[in-house]
Design a protein around this ligand. Sequence first.
Ligand SMILES: C[S@@+](CC[C@H](N)C(=O)[O-])C[C@H]1O[C@@H](n2cnc3c(N)ncnc32)[C@H](O)[C@@H]1O
Ligand SMILES: [Zn+2]
Length: 347
Amino acid sequence: MKESLLQYLACPSCGAELSLNNTEHDGREIVSGELRCGGCRSAFQIRSGVPRFADFKHDEAQRATAENFGAEWLIFDQVQEHHEEQFLDWIAPVTRDFVRDKVVLEGGCGKGRHTRLIGLWGARDVIGIDLSVAVEAAYRNTKDLPNVHIIQADIYRLPLKRRFDYAFSVGVLHHLPDPRGGFDSLVKHVKPGGSVSAWIYGRENNGWIVHIINPLREHFTSKLPPRLLYFISYIPAVILYVVLKLVYAPLAQTGLKRYLFYADYLSYISQFPFVEIHHIVHDHLTAPVAFYIRREEFARWFDVNEIERAEIHWHNSNSWRGLARLSASSRGAETRYAKRSSELAQQ
Ligand SMILES: C[S@@+](CC[C@H](N)C(=O)[O-])C[C@H]1O[C@@H](n2cnc3c(N)ncnc32)[C@H](O)[C@@H]1O
Ligand SMILES: [Zn+2]
């Protein structure tokens, strides 16, 4: 942890300031120590360079989600070149320039591949939070950048002030027990006039996943030990990879693409290396919780007073991405509310 993170932190229980105690340093990094609340006196550990606020004591589903994703990101922990274009595609119309000099929050950062990019694109500071031990990989992948910070915390109970210009979440909210609650929590940490974006699985066009893959995932594969699932998922990943390279990649730019199954998404991933395909297959089999969300439901998340404008886009014919701009004042939010609702209805 870098000391500059302290300015953004607040106690997740009472909201008071936190102070540092008993710290051990390695250069500019605080590798261990304690954060103590000046209000309720709660204490939170800093271990292996990461402040730890996660608490799984009361929720079994959260614990299972954190355990499976933690294992996944420690196995598939590399940051690769193609992640940049893929990330831009998930957050569009947000661009590299948009984040320059902004204070940014990432809800569910996994191995930190996107947190790192936001740091490299010139954000003033970016904070990646994740519930799982994936934060160990995220910390390793980002600690060389002075403007990047990683925290282990629950998106519903963020140990953060309302200080962010932009908050985003990619592929996380649909794995929460209450996806909309996770989105609301991001909105609550963005300053008036700031922006929030999210990418989530769509329900439309995903009937085959809901009816065939989901029962397999819920009752069997998400319960397997992570190492075993790693090897089992290798087999469908090899088959998919061969089909992608022999069929989808050559036909992607031709008129024959429209005859292919799940053409937009599979053509898109046909350019990826094997390790990414293996990761995608593994990712679809490991999550204990996954919701597939319809557009109308997603649009309702944006129907809150703080949000002045929203745009929602259909992505790769299987998912939704949305960008919301918060109004600069709460008064502005009230007067613009009706206009925004009608904009959303027209899309
Ligand atoms: C599919 S991964 C996506 C990670 C990252 N956004 C990416 O695309 O590389 C979902 C992540 O959400 C995290 N997650 C799940 N529930 C969470 C919660 N309640 N609070 C914070 N993170 C959570 C998981 O630990 C996992 O790393
Ligand atoms: Zn407190």
